[in-house]
Design a protein around this ligand. Structure first.
Ligand SMILES: CC(C)(COP(=O)(O)OP(=O)(O)OC[C@H]1O[C@@H](n2cnc3c(N)ncnc32)[C@H](O)[C@@H]1OP(=O)(O)O)[C@@H](O)C(=O)NCCC(=O)NCCS
Length: 406
């Protein structure tokens, strides 16, 4: 696994001051400290490629070993051409590698991950590995309720029959689909439309339905994934405090009844949250919402703090994509996973980011609106002070161009 995101961020206290909101609403109520911001020269392709390259390099995997590449995203760059095919070229993957994009809001990469494991289980991989990359830009627009829940980044994961980090338990799988209008982004809009409070309800209802389905697949018992047995619960994290709401519902479903926030049992829920969820939210709190990748960013955070005693322990994963589609899975930490804690840690990348003033962030947001128009000139790395990486450098003859600079 590896995470890579953009080179700039906004501090949430700066944003709160600029919007005339008490900073505690963003830092405690929503639970975010910073949010990653893409310049017009960073897009789904550049972030996916950088994360993919990091995953291959850090785990010493030859690109020729990759037989499937899937990019899960809800920030496509073309109605027809998948982000994955640009990434395929930029990573130098073999021509025999099947390559495609998956979309179902924030659930898209989870769908890609299960497809990849099915490909391996069906015996079609013939010893090869799959590269799954979740890459997204969360954009709600300046001054909207969703603005403090923006972010951007990519998590890359290599799936193989001999997993070095997590092994999925394929006997437990809860699935759920329902057509709801909680969040969507029409083809003509760069910005998402969201019915934010309704989306939280849809998320929690989907969690409950997935848990019930997982119990059915596990033979009628939740014993194998009881909260008391788990070492961590990873949830989709559109903003950090959503994970607290999710864990509360998870606990209620297991208990079989609702628990009010101030009821005596809520102390136990808080203790469980502090053990199983909160320790792995620190990357989400400084990156913001990365849609498809946000669940997997918690797993990266878990891995970078892992000790050998955690090897073999079960963990749960809940993926929610608005619209909506969701899944609950269980995995076990692989033996030897703790040897990779430094390899997965994106700490150095994150500490190298540049803090933007609010005026500059708003200027970047305006420029992003027209960056994809043919030969617009917004995607000029020197204009945004960028060098030393892979960048989107605009379109020529309606064709996207990418360049390594520096
Ligand atoms: C999440 C979202 C709905 C919040 O919008 P909002 O109406 O501006 O914010 P709220 O008034 O609900 O406040 C958010 C939290 O901060 C808390 N809060 C408000 N002011 C506060 C303050 N001064 N100090 C501390 N906490 C504060 C609220 O109590 C609330 O917490 P709670 O949900 O635990 O009760 C909005 O950011 C959004 O639409 N996001 C995009 C959609 C999304 O992410 N959906 C998630 C499911 S996929």
């Amino acid at each position: 696994m590896a995470f890579r995101g953009p080179e700039c961020y906004v501090d949430m206290e700066d944003l709160a001051r600029a919007r005339g909101v008490p900073p505690e609403k963003f830092t405690q109520g929503i639970g975010q400290r910073q949010m990653a911001v893409v310049t017009p020269c960073e897009d789904t392709v550049t972030m996916a490629t950088l994360a993919g390259r990091e995953a291959l390099d850090a785990f010493d995997i030859d690109p020729d070993e990759i037989g499937t590449l899937i990019v899960g995203t809800e920030t496509g760059v073309d109605h027809s051409k998948p982000v994955a095919v640009y990434v395929h070229e930029l990573l130098g993957l073999p021509a025999t590698c099947r390559t495609f994009e998956t979309k179902h809001a924030c659930y898209g990469a989870m769908a890609g991950l299960t497809s990849a494991s099915d490909w391996i289980l069906a015996g079609r991989a013939r010893g090869r590995k799959a590269l799954i990359i979740a890459s997204d830009i969360a954009r709600y627009g300046v001054g909207t309720p969703g603005e403090p829940t923006q972010g951007a980044g990519a998590v890359a994961m290599v799936v193989s029959s001999k997993p070095r980090l997590f092994a999925f338990d394929t006997s437990i799988e809860g699935d759920y689909t329902r057509q709801v209008m909680d969040f969507w982004r029409p083809l003509y809009s760069k910005y998402a439309f969201a019915d934010g409070h309704y989306s939280i309800q849809c998320y929690l209802d989907a969690l409950e339905a997935c848990w019930e389905d997982a119990v059915r697949t596990a033979g009628g018992s939740h014993e194998a994934f009881a909260l008391s047995e788990l070492d961590a619960c990873f949830y989709h994290v559109p903003f950090s405090s959503m994970a607290k709401k999710a864990h509360h519902r998870h606990w209620e479903v297991e208990l079989g009844r609702r628990v009010e926030r101030d009821a005596p049992e809520s102390g136990e829920i808080a203790t469980s949250y502090r053990r199983l969820v909160e320790p792995w939210l620190s990357l989400n709190a400084v990156v913001g919402n990365i849609y498809t990748g946000s669940l997997f960013l918690c797993m990266v955070d878990y891995l970078r703090r892992i000790s050998s005693e955690r090897e073999g322990r079960p963990v749960s994963l809940f993926s929610y994509g608005s619209g909506c589609g969701a899944a609950l899975s269980v995995a076990h930490v692989s033996d030897g996973a703790s040897a990779f804690k430094e390899a997965v840690d994106p700490g150095e990348h994150l500490s190298g980011r540049r803090r933007l003033g609010i005026e500059e962030y708003e200027q970047i947001t305006r420029a992003a609106e027209s960056a994809d128009q043919n030969e617009a000139g917004e995607a000029d790395p020197s204009r945004w002070g960028l060098a030393g990486n892979l960048y989107y450098v605009g379109t020529v003859d309606h064709q996207r161009r990418y360049a390594h600079l520096g």
